[in-house]
Design a binder for this molecule. Structure first.
Ligand SMILES: Nc1ncnc2c1ncn2[C@@H]1O[C@H](COS(=O)(=O)NC(=O)[C@@H](N)CS)[C@@H](O)[C@H]1O
Ligand SMILES: [Zn+2]
Length: 412
């Protein structure tokens, strides 16, 4: 699937400290240690109701990671999927008498537009589950052959499931207890109550064709993939057996990232699949998580259609810490618009206070588990000084504009 257009990234002199990020599996903020090329898999959208501000906040968080790694001199091999076949998509298409393929394409195109408008750097590989169908089926066959998967004893629908005991470390990523796992599996697309499974938490790998459902030929029989194996296959086949970062919103901690990691580790024998499992908090509206099921959505495209500057949307969403569940409010947007107006006024001056240490402060705050509140405050301080006391460095305004662009992704 085609990815979206990239924006230029100004190159800044000097270097910041290594990026430290919270890792769910070890429950610690610790340094990322990518090689020359950092490898990052961030789960993509299920293409309907795109792009709401919750989606946007999560992709912005990992865009900051991408930008920081590049500022530290790494190349970044960023892979993202599109879950363009899955139950929720089929249900929405049926509800709206829409063709599920057309719905997926339309929403993915809108998502790409919104990501470009928000100046999110594009993934190098942007892969739909449908276009990856054969590679997914192939890995399911391998899991079956290796004994990590099995068919339920159901003559009508002998669906293939993953055996969660296969790696001997299931649960290390989420660190949830079994009761929590059972509740979340049921809430998020699992089928713990399905008879014939070895363990209620065993996730679906391949669903044999049902009447009226889309299905694909494979050596497993005609059918379609489960949710988690799709991401494991797309990531493994492009990034290898161990990656620097597996990212997404906190609702992916379990079952999605736990099962995806287990699938990958059962296939490769390499653990942990990701050196960091990092998750963004939930954006809420009126006290509820912004979600498709609730329908309480604010869309990036709607704000854009109303003439809102996408840079203000970006500034508003990163004004809170990425791991904090937080509310979207209209005030957040007005505050961000006001902030950017002041920043733009200051960088339009022909001189300003020396800005080299601001650049270092930005790098240091962002390297500290993406501490964007402190980063934004550091820019505010320079702007206040520039507007009140001017300053005599003719290179400063340009340097601030470049640093805010490269590190925060905001165009002044
Ligand atoms: N209210 C929210 N706040 C923050 N992030 C959210 C919110 N709702 C969804 N997300 C995140 O947005 C991303 C896309 O969500 S999604 O469209 O439901 N799609 C999926 O979760 C799967 N296609 C991942 S393979 C996920 O990382 C999800 O955790
Ligand atoms: Zn995923």
């Amino acid at each position: 699937m085609q990815t979206w257009a990239a924006v230029d990234i100004p190159v800044l002199a000097g270097e910041g400290p290594p990026l430290r990020l919270y890792d769910r599996a070890t429950d610690r903020v610790r340094p990322t240690a990518p090689g020359a090329t950092a490898t990052m898999y961030v789960c993509g959208i299920t293409p309907y109701d795109a792009t709401h501000l919750g989606h946007a906040a999560t992709y912005l968080a990992f865009d900051l990671v991408n930008r920081l790694w590049r500022d530290l001199g790494h190349d970044v091999h960023y892979v993202q999927n599109v879950t363009d076949i899955d139950d929720p998509l089929l249900e929405r298409a049926a509800r709206d008498q829409d063709d599920w393929v057309v719905l997926g394409m339309r929403e993915t195109a809108l998502f790409r537009e919104d990501m470009e408008a928000l100046r999110v750097l594009p993934p190098r590989h942007y892969i739909g589950a449908v276009e990856a169908m054969s590679e997914i089926a192939e890995l399911v066959e391998k899991l079956l052959a290796g004994g990590a998967a099995y068919r339920v004893d159901d003559p009508e629908y002998p669906d293939v499931y993953f055996d969660i005991t296969a790696t001997g470390r299931f649960g290390y990523e989420s660190r949830y207890d079994e009761e929590t796992m059972l509740r979340l599996a049921a809430e998020r697309g699992g089928d713990p109550e399905r008879p014939g499974k070895r363990h209620p938490l065993d996730p679906l790998l391949w669903r044999m064709a049902r009447e009226g459902e889309p299905s694909w030929e494979s050596a497993l029989g005609t059918g379609r993939p489960g949710w988690h194996i799709e991401c494991a296959a797309i990531a493994l086949n492009r990034l290898g057996p161990q990656i620097d970062l597996n990212g997404g919103g906190s609702d992916l901690i379990f079952p999605h990232h736990e099962c995806g990691a287990a699938h990958a580790e059962a296939l490769t024998g390499v653990a942990p699949f990701a050196r960091h499992y990092t998750h963004a908090g939930m954006i809420g509206l009126d006290g509820e998580k912004m979600s498709k099921s609730r329908g309480n959505l604010v869309f990036v495209s709607k704000l854009r259609a109303d003439g809102v500057d996408p840079n203000a949307v970006r500034a508003a969403l990163i004004s809170g810490h990425y791991r904090t569940d937080r509310e979207w409010t209209p005030q957040l947007l007005t505050e961000a618009e006001r902030r950017l107006a002041r920043w733009r006024e200051a960088v339009a001056l022909d001189t300003g206070p020396a800005a080299e240490d601001l650049v270092q402060r930005l790098r240091t705050h962002l390297a500290d588990d993406l501490d964007t509140p402190s980063a934004l405050a550091a820019v505010d301080a320079w702007v206040a000084e520039a507007l009140e006391r001017r300053g005599t460095d003719p290179a400063a305004p340009r340097l601030v504009r470049d640093a805010v662009d490269a590190l925060l992704g905001i165009a002044l």
